[in-house]
Design a protein around this ligand. Sequence first.
Ligand code: TXA
Ligand code: MG
Length: 343
Amino acid sequence: MKTELLKIDSPQQTDLLRRAAEVLRSGGLCGIPTETVYGLAANALDEAAVRKIFAAKGRPQDNPLIVHIASMEELPALVKEIPPEAKALADAFWPGPLTIILPKADCIPDAVSCGLPTVAIRMPSHPIANAIIREAGVPLAAPSANTSGKPSPTTAQHVLHDMDGKIDMIVDGGACSVGVESTVVTLCAKRPRLLRPGGVTLEQLRDVLGEVDVDKAVLGELASGEKPSSPGMKYKHYSPDADVKLVRGSLESFARFAKTYPAADTLILCFDGEESAFTNETIALGSASDAKTHAQRIFRALREADDRSFRNVLVHCPDDRGVDLAVLNRLLRAAAFQIVETE
Ligand code: TXA
Ligand code: MG
């Protein structure tokens, strides 16, 4: 299959939007920009189209997909009920990087929900994503547009790298502004529960909902055989071919630890101003306190490690506050939970 790359700069380019919408309406797959990461979209109500997503990504069959909508009018048809917490979250954070798990309506195909009685819904804020959903006239199922297990794509080039020849079209709408996937919160548990941290922070969720539980899989490793609340949490994820380790400790002790690795094979991900402590190649993720920039840069940096054939990546461990909780969650999985304490 030839994968067409289509650059769309603005939601006013209706002729181009129509071409992407046509691919989706006719059962094809289209990579689309969102504010979080690029998505691999199909018509969520077309079971055969949705199944193609799993094939293109090599995605495990039990990992359900997020359904993307462009307006609140679309929501009632997709879910069994809209609890007041959902309304409050939507008012506060939609459109934006938040996914809400709700009881699913019967029209949601099994291919989307993977046998669960629930469905994940998100309304992205990216103007091109919004315009494509509207133009297609159907909700779009879209996981991140990476090969399963690899770092998520934050540019159209990343999508092309993973999906060239496997999907019909990629819409290039520029680099993603958030850089990590949406926050996933379920309203189908006893209390609201954070399943995946993202661009909307736990602190922001608590401001709106009061108490919010944090699923154990957010920062912890599940025991083998343990059933996750979110199937995606059990897989090794976001992971380059290089071996990734998180390093916690002072800059001096990190630099000493880095010296135990062959310099030419080992990439350091650190914070601004720390580069000169290392003899290795470094990529700075922004200043230590700038979590939003860490999020914007993390997947690109992990992909760069593979593009440049590094065998090891040592990452200065971020905090667990604000958007850094999302960055830490992704890095823990990229590193298969390997953390080195250098102090
Ligand atoms: O920002 C995002 O959310 C991006 C963009 C494209 O919108 N999408 C994305 O999709 O990250 P994906 O498939 O890579 O991650 C979806 C996560 C998975 O961990 C999946 O297990 C979980 O959401 N999920 C989906 N439906 C669920 C459900 N009904 N119950 C629990 N978890 C669910
Ligand atoms: Mg993903």
